[in-house]
Design a protein around this ligand. Structure first.
Ligand SMILES: *[C@@H]1O[C@H](CO)[C@@H](O)[C@H](O)[C@H]1NC(C)=O
Ligand SMILES: *[C@@H]1O[C@H](CO)[C@@H](O)[C@H](O)[C@H]1NC(C)=O
Ligand SMILES: *[C@@H]1O[C@H](CO)[C@@H](O)[C@H](O)[C@H]1NC(C)=O
Ligand SMILES: *[C@@H]1O[C@H](CO)[C@@H](O)[C@H](O)[C@H]1NC(C)=O
Length: 286
């Protein structure tokens, strides 16, 4: 009697489980906070009352307000996570509405807002209409790294998203330290607490460091770039020479002995020569 009851319970359980891919995210991943991130889409639809169905409505925590674009040739919706994330899965909820059908659309993860093929990879293809249910799509094979998550549809129809959530974890290769220190003290701090003061060897790193610099509360942030005055050249604290640079146009390459490089908090995050005695926030490689 007890055994047959247990048997029925087990059968009941297994038939309840959803056989399709929407059965949930693999365990162990945190929900990524999205309400402070920036979303945009191929175009904004507007209703009769002038309400715009903007991209951020998919992130507002309200499952009844949706983002919607016009019937574009290619429809897409993108969220900028404002940092590098390892993304495990994405969950999409939609209301039941006749024009909602995301089947065939692709979820892309990438490092450029233009979805350049070179730095964009596919997480999953959407295989259901996604109406009136939470559909979870796990990134195929393995979690994917990137800053932008895009729902991309190149077949006729709209991209309508009532709520998007995702799980993953932030990868922080660089960390802004919001303390005002001279260059030397900043260097000691980074070497003590983390790896080193940051060295920027390519454009991609410049981009990630720029994102951190934006959060600074000083107008500049220290970089690990110093002037070796006896020899008259700049060198990174990790001993690399300067092949990639982002000097402001009016900054000459020669300097005096008490000069180090700092990145502008705003604009294009150009580099400026600053006195070692100035006190700024700084960015450590972690
Ligand atoms: C969605 O709406 C249609 C038409 O109103 C209805 O036939 C269908 O059963 C609904 N689907 C769900 C999942 O509620
Ligand atoms: C995005 O950049 C990170 C860091 O360089 C890299 O690990 C990741 O593979 C890139 N993602 C894609 C989709 O190219
Ligand atoms: C979808 O997920 C949200 C958040 O977990 C939950 O509140 C809601 O009830 C779910 N909706 C359905 C139809 O499962
Ligand atoms: C650092 O300096 C800035 C202005 O230059 C100031 O707004 C900020 O409060 C200072 N931070 C600390 C931790 O003292």
């Amino acid at each position: 009697m007890l055994w047959s009851l247990l048997f029925i319970t087990l059968i009941g359980r297994s038939t309840q489980q959803d056989p399709v891919t929407s059965s949930g995210c693999s365990p162990g991943w945190e929900t990524i906070k999205l309400d402070d991130k920036v979303a945009f889409q191929s175009s904004d639809a507007t209703n009769y009352y002038g309400v715009k169905y903007t991209a951020d409505r998919a992130l507002d925590g309200n499952y009844l307000t949706c983002s919607e674009n016009l019937n574009d040739h290619i429809s897409w919706w993108t969220v900028d996570l404002l940092g590098l994330y390892e993304i495990s899965c994405i969950t999409i909820y939609n209301i039941n509405q006749s024009n909602i059908d995301l089947s065939g659309a692709r979820i892309l993860i990438g490092n450029s807002s233009e979805r350049n093929a070179a730095d964009t990879t596919e997480c999953a293809t959407i295989n259901t209409k996604t109406s009136r249910e939470n559909n979870t799509f796990n990134c195929e094979n393995e979690p994917k790294w990137g800053r932008y998550v895009t729902v991309y549809k190149d077949t006729p129809g709209f991209v309508i998203l009532c709520e998007v959530t995702m799980k993953g974890r932030k990868k922080e290769p660089f960390k802004l330290i919001k303390e005002n220190k001279t260059w030397e003290d900043a260097l000691y701090h980074c070497r003590e607490e983390h790896m080193d003061l940051v060295s920027i060897l390519d454009e991609e790193t410049q981009g990630w460091v720029g994102l951190e610099a934006q959060k600074a509360d000083t107008p500049f942030v220290w970089l690990g770039l110093q002037y070796i005055c006896g020899f008259g050249f700049w060198i990174w604290v990790n001993d690399q020479c300067v092949f990639f640079d982002q000097w402001a146009p009016d900054e000459t390459r020669t300097a005096d002995c008490s000069t180090r490089a700092a990145m502008n908090k705003g604009g294009n995050h150009l580099w400026y020569k600053k006195s070692v005695y100035d006190k700024y926030n700084f960015i450590c490689a972690v």
